[in-house]
Design a protein around this ligand. Structure first.
Ligand SMILES: Cc1cc2nc3c(=O)[nH]c(=O)nc-3n(C[C@H](O)[C@H](O)[C@H](O)COP(=O)(O)OP(=O)(O)OC[C@H]3O[C@@H](n4cnc5c(N)ncnc54)[C@H](O)[C@@H]3O)c2cc1C
Length: 451
């Protein structure tokens, strides 16, 4: 007699939610497949540090195969499914290949949204992937490089102006970090420009920054940024983004670098389920995180829209971790139940409950805001909490060690060790020259570099 087939659990996405779901199934009598289009788990909360040259990409990424190497019931597949067929119980790939499931967990996350203006993405990159982070890093560093050779004050000012759209945690972190680079890190590196004249302008359509925090913490964050030299523009709706700057209503603000930190859109694979979605594309799931009418299909993390304790669960890492673990444990407890029992005999389920551990946002060196269980902190103590929490949640010991070392180094020397311009930067400088904005004093250095 052939060996009985184990139940197949397919997890799409190896982020916080998917990875934790897989790990909760460790040792369970199931055949677990974790599918991700990348071969690594990415610690997104520290992406802004890669974008601002404080850390290198590998410091915040861990190969999924390595993370799951000891979990014998789990295999990792590097692939990108494009749709789910609920009727046939399989996920589909572009080339027609399918992977069948008995249990499905969709955990493919979200990406940024340009509110119907996808054409802005090329000009104003958002921050979601490693590639986004290195692209933003390159743009920030190139802004200083090109300013060094600009011929007019006006052009130099535009090159040294950074516009950041979106005053959530990512926008605040980027603004503070770019200001620190300009005011501390690269001050001595250039000969023709004073990098301290850099303008960082943070735009948000709301009447305060960090709307996930209390108004008090929002105000503190704003004051801290302003003390650092960041210009905060609230109730400012960006109406157009061009290569030369942005429009807020009819007002034009010249800025060669525009960064996007506003709006989130759930992964489009959720739409293939054919069930009700939020405007943001999130799947409206049941209290046990299942897709309506599908007891063995779950949507977790940033892709899911669910209410817990009367409030919508936010799109943050702790929520994704908790959802993943909840679903992993639930599947583990019910493995075999679906086939061996009649539908009326199935166990009832405890709904998912989100445990809000608090909110944290960093602004710069020794500057942060934190809200934990109604207590509000700011300044050095909040920054310390932020640092400990982020180090603790990094996936591997190696990453924790490297990040701690880099932070300690940066603390003492204000240095940003990953100040690398990657990609073909000469081409981009040529673009500047072709636009006849390079008339500078040291242009010969550009044309014939001396080794
Ligand atoms: C810049 C930034 C800063 C943030 N800062 C914080 C913070 O400070 N604190 C906090 O709590 N939260 C923060 N967040 C939010 C937090 O990172 C997310 O809430 C969390 O990552 C959601 O987890 P997830 O598992 O749902 O999705 P993700 O972590 O995004 O994982 C999704 C995974 O799915 C994979 N994937 C996507 N599409 C497919 C596909 N079609 N096929 C296969 N695989 C696919 C991706 O490669 C990825 O590995 C931040 C997010 C960003 C972008």
């Amino acid at each position: 007699m052939g060996k009985e087939r184990l139940p197949r659990v397919v997890i799409v996405g190896g982020g916080f939610a998917g990875l934790n779901a897989a790990q909760a199934l460790n040792g369970a009598p199931a055949d677990v497949t974790l599918i991700d289009r990348r071969n690594f788990h990415l610690f997104q909360p520290l992406l802004y540090q890669v974008a601002t040259a404080g850390l290198s990409p590998a410091d915040i990424a861990s190969p999924l195969r390595h993370v799951l190497r000891k979990q014998k019931n789990c295999r990792v597949v590097l692939a990108e499914p494009i749709a789910v067929d609920l009727g046939k119980r399989h996920v589909k790939f572009e080339d027609g290949v399918v992977i069948e499931y008995d249990w499905l967990v969709l955990a493919a996350g979200a990406t940024h949204s340009y509110f119907g203006h996808d054409e802005w993405e090329k000009i104003a990159p958002g921050l979601k992937t490693i590639e986004d982070a290195t692209e933003i890093r390159t743009r920030i560093l190139l802004a200083f490089e090109s300013a060094e050779y600009e011929g007019s004050d006006e052009a130099r000012r535009a090159a040294l102006t950074f516009a950041i759209v979106g005053g959530g945690a990512t926008g605040v972190e980027l603004a503070g970090s770019i200001m620190e680079i300009a005011a501390k890190t690269v001050v001595q590196d250039f000969r023709n420009i004073d990098t301290k004249t850099t303008r960082v302008i943070l735009f948000d359509g709301n009447d305060r920054l960090l709307t996930a925090f209390s108004p008090e913490s929002s105000e503190r964050a704003k004051r801290t940024l302003e003390k650092m030299g960041v210009e905060v523009r609230l109730k400012a709706f960006v109406t157009n983004v061009t290569r030369d700057g942005i429009y807020v209503g009819n007002e034009f603000v010249a800025a060669r670098s525009v960064l996007w930190a506003a709006g989130v859109r759930a992964n489009p694979i959720g739409a293939s389920l054919g069930v009700p979605l939020e405007k943001s594309g999130q799947v409206k799931v049941e209290p046990d995180l299942t897709v309506p009418g599908q007891r063995q299909v779950f949507v977790v993390g940033d892709m899911a829209s669910v209410v817990s304790g009367g409030k919508r669960v936010p799109g943050v890492a702790p929520a994704a971790i908790q959802m993943g673990t909840y679903v992993g444990k639930l599947i583990r407890a019910e493995l075999g139940a679906a086939t061996s029992r009649s539908p009326t005999d199935l166990p009832s389920r405890r709904p998912f409950e989100y445990w809000d551990k608090g909110s944290l946002a960093t602004i710069g060196k020794a500057k942060a805001v934190a809200e934990i269980k109604g207590f509000k902190f700011s300044g050095y103590f909040a920054w310390l909490i932020w640092s400990v929490v982020h180090i603790t949640f990094l996936i591997s010991f190696r990453n924790r060690l490297i990040v701690m070392f880099n932070w300690a180094w940066g603390w003492f020397f204000f240095s940003k060790s990953a100040r690398l311009i990657t990609g073909d930067s000469s081409m981009r400088i040529d673009e500047v020259k072709a636009n006849e904005v390079v008339i500078g004093r040291e242009v010969s250095n550009l044309e014939s570099p001396r080794l």
